[in-house]
Design a protein around this ligand. Structure first.
Ligand SMILES: [Zn+2]
Length: 391
């Protein structure tokens, strides 16, 4: 067996409480005009800004509200170009980090975003290295701080597409669990369940290998024992630390192993409906697992993914005798406890299913699924995630 692992990750990762203070000294090596991308509460970056200014950097702020779109990236890019910024720091959730990645890369590449976007744009390859980019996640979810794509919305086409290039990888990822202390329970739930979904999908992926497995077998138990605690006790530093690590591992695993049916559906759903990525993934996860398991037993009984689903169940339940079904039950229970609504809560209806199946079948994440699902099976995954019942 050949193992391939591309170090498709941020060049350097600093993890730990207080790591935020490492951003300014790193930025100082690379430039003096810093473009700071934040979420809708820019004051959360006050400490960062003070540190940068104490090191004589000039700072220019840009706030991303909601998920990033092509227009928003164009506005940010224009501002960063005008100010001649030579470093980009993004401090926020996955959306903010993805916006920062795109702006940092386009600052050094000619033309506009559409020239480089897949599916809806020309899909040209980025040519020049981005300006140095530092990613500082404030949620424990996407793992975007270590991956090489940025997910951007194109509202006119009702899709979300990726800008992809190894040149998008952050120069530095600073993961400081203290930044996630006190995140609202709903945000903790959906981001944490996204990380857990990514760990499970990467673990059972047909592209998984012993290197990516290492991240998953470390990450799944961390999320399993800390997600409830982080949800109910948002100021628990131990739970927040473990969730930040789990999210980081999920990004490291998926960048090499890929994902599966849950993320395959998340791509088209996220472009058409006003639901966050994590909430969509969480609502689909139990059904994606159940139908994958059934299909594997019927058509690929020799598949190693069957053993892996059982292993997932052991890690989730912390019980050596857990069956794969116990793992599915565990995910269903945690979605209930963390108040994840079924997809119908976002206006997704059963007459949308056919079009969504066709789009999901083309999604790049689908290629990692442990086996190819039939259209009927895909329909069942989505219909049950919409209804959220077990009939
Ligand atoms: Zn995800």
């Amino acid at each position: 067996m050949q193992i391939e692992f591309e170090f498709a990750t941020a060049t350097r990762i600093i993890f730990g409480e207080g790591a935020l203070r490492q951003v300014a000294p790193a930025a100082k090596q690379w430039g003096r005009r810093v473009f700071i991308v934040t979420g809708r509460a820019p004051e959360r970056a006050d400490q960062l800004r003070a540190d940068l200014e104490a090191g004589r950097a000039q700072c220019f702020a840009f706030a991303v509200e909601g998920e990033p779109t092509v227009d928003l990236i164009a506005r940010g890019l224009e501002r960063a170009r005008e100010r001649q910024c030579d470093v980009v720091v993004a401090m926020g959730g996955g959306s903010v980090i993805d916006a920062g990645k795109a702006i940092a890369a386009l600052l050094t590449n000619p033309g506009e975003l559409m020239d480089y976007l897949e599916v809806v744009g020309k899909g040209n390859a980025l040519q020049n290295p981005a300006v140095p980019f530092i990613a500082v996640p404030t949620t424990a979810g996407t793992g975007s701080e270590v991956t090489r794509n940025a997910v951007l919305g194109v509202p006119a086409r009702q899709v979300k597409v990726s800008l992809r290039s190894p040149l998008l990888l952050p120069r530095l990822a600073v993961v400081d669990p203290e930044l996630t202390l006190g995140l609202p329970p709903a945000v903790t739930a959906r981001t944490g369940l996204d990380a857990l979904t990514q760990l499970i999908e990467a673990y059972v992926s047909i592209r998984s290998n012993p290197v990516t497995e290492g991240f998953c077998v470390q990450g799944i138990p961390l999320a399993a024992r800390s997600l409830r605690r982080a949800f109910h006790h948002g100021l628990d530093p131990g739970a927040r630390r473990e969730m930040s690590l789990a999210a980081l591992f999920s990004g490291l695993a998926l960048a090499n192993a890929g994902l599966g049916v849950v993320h395959g559906f998340a791509a088209p759903l996220g472009g058409r409906f006003p639901a966050s990525h994590g909430a969509i993934c969480a609502a689909i996860l139990p059904y994606g697992m159940e139908i994958n398991l059934r299909a594997l037993r019927a058509r690929a009984p020799q598949s190693d993914a069957l053993r892996r689903y059982q292993e997932v169940a052991r890690m989730l339940t912390d019980r050596a005798d857990a069956s794969a079904e116990d793992g599915i039950r565990w995910t269903r229970d945690i979605c209930l406890e963390l108040e994840i609504p079924p997809l119908k809560a976002y206006g997704i209806q059963e007459h949308d299913v056919a079009a969504l199946i066709a789009e999901a079948a083309k999604a790049s994440s689908m290629k990692g699924n442990p086996l190819a699902l039939t259209p009927e099976e895909m329909r069942e995954v989505l219909t049950r995630s919409i209804r959220g019942s077990d009939e």
